[in-house]
Design a protein around this ligand. Structure first.
Ligand code: SF4
Length: 283
């Protein structure tokens, strides 16, 4: 039985052919977009910060900015792709540093609740029979009062409208998972940290929202499982796709494309489009 994830479903929604390459054909790629790399590095720093709050309380923002620089230097490789025209790795490194410093300054001394977990794995069934399984990783969960938890999500990309956040599926599914796991939970807040904007958005869901999310996600999974055709859906997001070099939709362009274009950051794309990965989802 396949276990689905929010990013797996999103991949299908963005482009069925990309879904097929990744999840059915299992084609692995070593490359990653620099936006995802920067986001992962920021996440790793915040995970480290929350792993020892006493140390974090006694530290300054510079401590974690240094940690970010060390992680960046350690993990950055030529396989990290820069797609946006005119942007350099240094631009992204600086943005990541600002994300870390801004978060530290806003939240120090980190006394808003007790941390129940960071990068917490959740695996749960959407239905009573366990036929529709989901898996995910929650950036952070805090208990802020008796029976009250907050699900925290760090974003390093653009900030969506509140309307889009109200329709967010990812944290709603995490809420379903955590309510199943902890029956003592009576109230859940979804907290998004838009780190590059130094903004925080807090929303909550009611029982109807949760029920709808279950039904809609099961329906989506059924649709994916019943699919036999996986057409290419060409869009500006193709610039971030791992499979552009083998995608038939780009065959014509490829005749004059040597595969180095994306790596050197010269692919023109619509400036208002955000790459949709698990970490940058806006829908
Ligand atoms: S390059 Fe574009 S059309 Fe082709 S598989 Fe990737 S996302 Fe789909």
């Amino acid at each position: 039985m396949s276990v689905f994830s929010h990013s797996r479903i999103t991949s299908f929604e963005n482009c069925p052919l990309q879904y097929r390459f990744r999840y059915i054909d299992g084609i692995k790629r070593d490359t990653q977009g620099i936006e995802a790399f920067m986001g992962k590095t920021v996440h790793a720093v915040l995970e480290d910060l929350y792993s020892d709050l006493e140390r974090a309380r006694a530290s300054t923002a510079a401590t974690y900015a240094d940690l970010f620089s060390r992680f960046w230097q350690r993990d950055y490789t030529p396989d990290v792709k820069i797609v946006r025209e005119g942007k350099t790795a240094e631009d992204y490194r600086r943005t990541g540093l600002e994300c870390v410093r801004g978060f530290f300054d806003r939240h120090h001394p980190f006394r808003t609740g007790s941390v129940l977990g960071c990068e917490m794995k959740v695996e749960f069934a959407l239905d009573d029979d366990g036929r529709y399984m989901m898996r995910g990783y929650v950036d952070r969960v805090d208990r802020v009062a008796s029976g009250v938890i907050e699900i925290h999500d760090y974003k390093t990309g653009r900030m969506p409208s509140e309307g889009r956040l109200r329709g967010d599926r990812q944290l709603t599914l995490y809420e379903i998972a955590l309510r199943d796991r902890w029956p003592w939970v009576r109230e859940v807040r979804h907290v998004w940290h838009f780190l590059a904007h130094d903004k925080q958005v807090i929303l909550s869901r009611d029982a109807d929202d949760l029920r709808r999310a279950r039904v809609m996600t099961i329906r989506r999974i059924k649709g994916i499982q019943a699919t036999t055709r996986f057409p290419a859906r060409k869009s500006a997001l193709c610039s971030w796709c791992d499979y552009k070099d083998i995608c038939p939709a780009w065959e014509e362009e490829r005749s004059g494309w040597d595969g180095a274009t994306a790596a050197t950051g010269t692919v023109p794309i619509a400036p208002d489009v955000e790459p949709r990965t698990g970490q940058y989802l806006l829908f």
